[in-house]
Design a protein around this ligand. Structure first.
Ligand code: KIV
Length: 271
């Protein structure tokens, strides 16, 4: 199978080509320059400056408190680091729900001040006016359906969505609508694998899953979760590729020991 590892810049067009060619799309979050530099160097197709920064960077319980200024700060740090990846930035809670003009204003700030490549927002029919208005400015939009964390107080729990027929039907309708109005891709979070596969097969735009099984067009994870920096979050869908929490802890303990015992700095580590 041909892959796009050698391509200079991933664009929304490259992603649709990947779907057409059956090449899976890789996507991870990043929120700062140093991490984004590594993720980009690895050859990640898409970097998501997710509002999960609210949880993993700022320690909030939900994604709701993060502000637009904070998202722009994270996004501009990421953008300065990347050579290849497409950088998508989450529109934070309160910047598009029920306010399409505000959605456009906020998206323009993200594109202008952070120099991002696209925005992502959560929801289907209920936010379609916002999506359409953002698209009129030529800003690419990624959708997000299924478990949409900005609606956590409506759901009441982070459990799997669309297990019942009615919610599944609405989700399929919403996915088709997002494609119809011009979204270039969508994230499907925490829905049954069979439903996710059905959605991916019923639309032409790439469907990128998190907790949505292997039948979709790509996968996304939160960087700090897959590296094992966060410890408290262990959903079934999460594959941990490292235990960085332990590694960092050991390194810090070692440093403390060396400082306390005057082992650090040694003769070669001073001027
Ligand atoms: O904010 C985020 O990290 C996300 C992913 C979980 C898709 O939206």
């Amino acid at each position: 199978m041909s892959t796009h590892k050698d391509i200079k810049r991933v664009t929304t067009h490259v992603l649709s080509e990947m779907k057409r060619n059956g090449e899976k799309i890789s996507m991870l979050t990043a929120y700062d320059y140093s991490m984004a530099k590594i993720v980009d160097e690895a050859g990640m197709d898409v970097i998501l400056v997710g509002d999960s920064a609210s949880n993993v960077m700022a320690g909030h319980e939900t994604t709701l408190p993060i502000t637009l200024d904070q998202m722009i700060y994270h996004a501009s740090s990421v953008i300065r680091a990347i050579n290849r990846s497409l950088v998508v930035v989450d529109l934070p809670f309160g910047h598009y729900q029920g306010d399409s003009k505000g959605a456009l204003r906020s998206s323009i700030r993200i594109m202008k001040e952070a120099e991002a490549h696209a925005v992502k927002l959560e929801g289907g029919k209920e936010v379609i006016e916002s999506i359409q208005r953002i698209l009129t400015a030529g800003i690419p939009v990624m959708g997000h359906l299924g478990l949409t964390p900005q609606s956590i107080y409506k759901f009441g729990t982070y459990t799997v969505r669309a297990k019942d027929e009615e919610e599944a039907k609405t989700l399929i309708k919403d996915a088709k609508l997002l494609q119809e109005v011009g979204c270039f891709a969508l994230v499907l979070e925490k829905v049954p694998a069979s439903l996710a596969e059905k959605v991916a097969k019923s639309i032409d735009i790439p469907v990128i899953g998190i907790g949505a099984g292997g039948g979709v067009d790509g996968q996304v994870l939160v960087l700090h979760d897959m590296l094992g920096i966060t410890q408290e979050f262990s959903p079934r869908f999460l594959r941990r590729y490292h235990d960085l929490h332990q590694e960092i802890l050991k390194a810090c303990e070692h440093y403390i020991k060396d400082v306390k015992s005057s082992d650090f700095p040694n003769q070669n580590e001073q001027y």
